[in-house]
Design a binder for this molecule. Structure first.
Ligand code: FAD
Length: 481
């Protein structure tokens, strides 16, 4: 019998000594699966994969990287649509955060302390038996991790109540972070802002809000290993409504009018164009420009009904008609983030790129029209050739409007990825020139966003990066730092 010696990466044994050999992989077929995300951006082949189970193990890996000069790139749930951080292709140590998935529930203090690798659904699974929930995401519920959402998207993400309670950053109490030197720090009112305290208790500290430094950083400044979040009781009543509008102007006016109400009318509000294939399938004979989907939740049925009445008054005032039962069903599930089919779409990891950005309320309609013009007209013939399509959705959030266009394509058509990168760049450039930026703090989005930083802003950011990461070991190149 001939036995073949396996030639491992030379960091294999030191990494195995930290986490155990079954949590280290350097086989080509494994490296390949970690080499890219679900976008059309080119990948970056890792050198080796490691899956730590504790914050201390993450810290040891980071110290090893500093000693040996191998860069680190992070992998949460891989739901990024911006391309993986390039780092140094074939040299990167990819840290897969998935094993840090413990969720500790503390009902008395209305908080949950979640391992950064915990999938969003896992957090709700831990809370549901107590009658509580957490604000995480609408879409990648089974797939994205709380660490990846906190770090990888503006405002730490958009949850199922985002239109009424804002982005997730406001629900984050504090973080445990492994700094690029391997030091471990807690933010918020935790054991590092007061050495006499054991856990992260609340967000507010007398001093700079260090938590914010890591939110939306894309992982350039530290590796989040724990996220302490506020939790909320599940409301007793949840109802839904949908309305179909004839024109883009009317649907916009109704959204802005509802967002002005002194009482928050809806728990969540999403707009989709009727051309969206999912909406089209549910609309039956109804036609028009687009539909608003609203979930209204509360502890008093009378209050929920009153709010639904006010919504009806505003929508019909702008010429809308009530949606079909199927559209209402979508409102009850899609807009509340409970729609299994929405989560399934994300779990299937279909090819996905996005122009998701936040616009001021006053500019948002014009801005959305011009984004649609880029999608529909600037590359019309090439889109047809490559079977690339897209669709607009909006979500009002406080004084802004989230404007999203997802780009989909047929990845069996040769050359399609290059076309989509060109299309995406045209939209990204337009976003910047309009004074806004992509919501995704990842790979190519971060390079695009930081290209519009002023010299002073860049000096501050690179100063922070150099101080925290003197060897440029963590996600090198992200934000062009
Ligand atoms: C179809 C689809 C629907 C979506 N819907 C929503 C939605 O409803 N709401 C919403 O908020 N977002 C949504 N997103 C965006 C998604 O939440 C973000 O892309 C998020 O960053 C993905 O997290 P992840 O765990 O998959 O991280 P990854 O994709 O693995 O990583 C994303 C970024 O985070 C960094 N990172 C990962 N883990 C850590 C860590 N522990 N510490 C520091 N940095 C880290 C990585 O370096 C990378 O830059 C959607 C995405 C898709 C593809």
């Amino acid at each position: 019998m001939v036995t073949m010696a396996i030639r491992h990466h030379h960091l294999h044994d030191p990494l195995a000594a930290i986490v155990g050999s079954k949590y280290v992989a350097d086989e080509d077929f494994v490296l390949e699966t970690y080499s890219r995300d679900i976008s059309a951006f080119p990948g970056s082949m890792p050198g080796i994969i490691v899956r730590p189970g504790t914050t201390e193990e993450v810290s040891e890996i980071v110290k090893l990287a500093n000693r040996t000069g191998y860069p680190i790139v992070l992998k949460g749930g891989g739901q990024a649509g911006g391309g993986v951080t390039k780092g140094e292709p074939t040299r990167n140590i990819v840290i897969d955060m998935g094993r840090l998935d413990k969720v500790e529930v503390d009902i008395a203090n209305l908080k949950a302390t979640c391992g950064a690798g915990a999938r969003n659904s896992r957090i709700d699974d831990a809370l549901r038996p107590y009658g509580y929930y957490a604000n995480t995401v609408i879409g990648p519920y089974f797939t994205a991790t709380i660490g990846g959402v906190t770090s990888g998207i503006a405002g730490a993400g958009f949850g199922k109540n985002v239109s009424s309670v804002g982005c997730n950053w406001g629900h984050i109490l504090g973080l445990k972070v492994v700094l690029p030197t391997g030091d471990i720090i807690t933010t918020g009112a935790g054991p590092d802002s007061n050495i006499y305290r054991k856990d992260i208790e609340f967000r507010e500290v007398t001093g700079p809000d260090l938590t914010s430094l890591f939110i939306g950083s894309g992982g350039a400044l530290g590796i989040i290993t724990e996220v302490a979040i506020k939790i909320y009781p599940i409301p007793k009543y949840s109802k839904a409504a949908s309305y179909v509008f004839d024109t883009m102007e009317n649907i916009w006016a109704a959204q802005l009018k509802m967002a002005e109400s002194p009482t928050v009318l809806y728990t969540n509000l999403i707009m989709f164009e009727m051309a969206n294939h999912m909406v089209r399938a549910m609309a039956g004979d109804m036609h028009g420009y687009g539909a608003l989907f609203m979930a209204v939740e509360g502890d008093s049925e009378a209050d929920v009904d009153l709010r639904l009445k006010e919504i009806e008054k505003i929508c019909t005032g702008f010429g809308a008609t009530r949606g079909t039962p199927a559209l209402n069903h979508y409102a009850a599930t899609g807009a509340t983030g409970t729609g299994a089919f929405v989560h399934d779409v994300c779990a299937m990891s279909c090819p996905f790129m996005t122009w998701e950005s936040m616009s001021t309320r006053s500019q948002s309609l014009e801005y959305a029209k011009r984004m649609l013009d880029i999608l529909n007209n600037q590359f019309k013939e090439e889109n047809a050739k490559y079977r690339t399509s897209g669709g607009l959705y909006t979500v009002p959030i406080a004084n802004t409007m989230l404007i999203g266009i997802t780009i989909h394509w047929d990845d069996t058509v040769p050359g399609v990825e290059e076309h989509n990168r060109k299309l995406w760049k045209a939209g990204a450039d337009f976003m910047l020139k309009n004074g806004t930026f992509s919501a995704y703090a990842q790979g190519n989005h971060s390079s695009s966003i930081s290209s519009a930083w002023s010299p002073t802003y860049y000096k501050v950011m690179s100063g922070i990066k150099k101080t925290l990461d003197p060897n440029n070991i963590l996600n090198p190149g992200l934000w062009n730092l």
